[in-house]
Design a protein around this ligand. Structure first.
Ligand SMILES: *Cc1c(COP(=O)(O)O)cnc(C)c1O
Length: 410
């Protein structure tokens, strides 16, 4: 028997790996020292742990340990990268380029800078969610100080070609930040190969703790400078003050270490479950649409565990009621405070109707094939049942083009 409820929302957060918890435990208890205390063994022990974590994280992403700044999570890392560069390089220019499909941590940071008078270009994406590289090249001006583009998208899993984006930024002499929260630990991530100058990481998306993250800040060719956003004791080489969250930092490093060590087998396992799920839906249902790149056509450009599907004529909210034992996320209105359907799907050109029927499945380390089978079966049953009650689905099946229907009242 499969244990209920089933967690399939691993793009929102992940369950902490017990090995991570074990690594963190001593730093809550007997090894509680302040890593900035230089005068006694309590401090030294904490500092040693932080040094290990810094080295481990740096090694995992092809960086140097002096290039890692610890933060409270990817939201803070995004803020520090974007606001920090904008302020530091204000005399060079006042223009930032980003994508319409970025996480709110990036979009709202850019909006805050716009209110302060900076100019921000929000580049559109093509149907599958990729940035158009020619448009990016054309958008860069001599006033551009930063390009910020995510690596993998949290809703639709599309992976951007960072190597090419980074190359364009290099050619133009513009700094390049990436929100790599969803990609680090899941797919190969190397700051040299990908040509990135700043990168945001979060603990809780990689089976580590919540409330801890890191920002990679390139130290040479080019040397990136940041204006700190938090004033205080001058921790993290002055870039981020505040007593270090030692257990969290150890947890972040342990989580990343495990992800990297197990990446090959885990990618294959999670990808097989995701692909199987998509194939099963296709075999049993019509009128379903993938959001983002088709995993069976472009597997290398989609996060291994992510599947985002629109089940036409089935409202996402109704669907989630129909599969109550499965925790997923929907692109329809009621899951968020706003009344709008997902802005990411909108940016892909997905119509409002289809956006409301989208469901995101996020498969992760602790999911089993049994859980996937259970989910497929219940989703298919729910879709068939809900469509049975849908006059629109019936009309569509009769070959009536709904766009040409003239409704009696508006
Ligand atoms: C989760 C997430 C964030 C926010 O990370 P926190 O550590 O929760 O602040 C930012 N960007 C992306 C792409 C995410 O998936």
């Amino acid at each position: 028997m499969v244990k209920l409820p089933i967690y399939l929302d691993n793009n929102a957060t992940t369950q902490m790996d017990p090995r991570v918890f074990e690594a963190m435990r001593p730093y809550f208890m007997e090894s509680f020292g302040n890593a900035a205390s230089r005068n006694h063994p309590f401090g030294w022990k904490a500092e040693e742990a932080v040094d290990w974590a810094r080295e481990t994280i740096a090694r995992s992403i092809g960086a140097d340990e002096k290039e890692i700044v610890f933060t409270s999570g990817a939201t803070e890392s995004d803020n520090l990268a974007i606001k920090g560069v904008a302020e530091m390089y204000a005399s060079k220019g006042d223009h930032i380029i980003t994508l319409t499909t970025e996480h709110k941590a990036v979009l709202d940071t850019c909006k805050a800078l716009e209110r302060k008078g900076l100019k921000v270009t929000y580049l559109p994406v093509v149907t599958e969610g990729f940035v158009d590289l020619d448009r990016l090249r054309d958008a860069i001006t001599d006033k551009t100080v930063l390009v910020t583009m995510m690596h993998a998208n949290n809703e639709i899993g599309v992976i951007q070609d960072l190597t090419s984006i980074g190359q364009i930024c290099r050619e133009k002499g513009v700094l390049f930040h990436t929100d790599s929260t969803q990609s680090v630990g899941k797919i190969p991530f190397d700051v040299q190969k990908l040509n990135v100058d700043l990168a945001s990481i979060s603990g809780h998306k990689i089976y580590g703790p919540k409330g801890v993250g890191a920002l990679y800040v390139r130290k040479k060719s080019p040397r990136v400078k940041l204006t700190s956003q938090m004033d205080g004791g001058g921790h993290e080489r002055g870039m981020r003050s505040g007593t270090l969250n030692v257990p969290g930092i150890v947890g972040l490093a342990k989580a990343l270490e495990i992800c990297v060590a197990e990446m090959d087998t885990e990618t294959a396992r999670v990808r097989a479950m995701r692909d199987g799920m998509w194939k099963s839906f296709n075999a049993q249902l019509d009128e379903i649409y993938i959001n983002g790149p088709d995993p069976l056509v472009k597997p290398e450009w989609r996060l291994p565990g992510n599947l985002n599907v629109s089940f036409a004529f089935v409202e996402g909210e109704a669907m989630m009621m129909g599969i109550q034992d499965v925790a997923v996320s929907s692109g329809s209105a009621c899951t968020s405070a706003s009344l709008e359907p997902s802005y990411v799907l909108k940016a892909l050109g997905v119509g409002e109707d289809l956006a409301h029927t989208s469901i995101r499945f996020g498969i992760g380390r602790f999911n089993t094939q049994e859980e996937i089978d259970y989910t497929v079966q219940h989703v298919v049953t729910a879709v068939l049942k809900l469509r049975e009650m849908s006059p629109l689905y019936e009309m569509a099946k009769m070959g009536i083009d709904l766009k040409t229907v003239e409704w009696a009242s508006h």
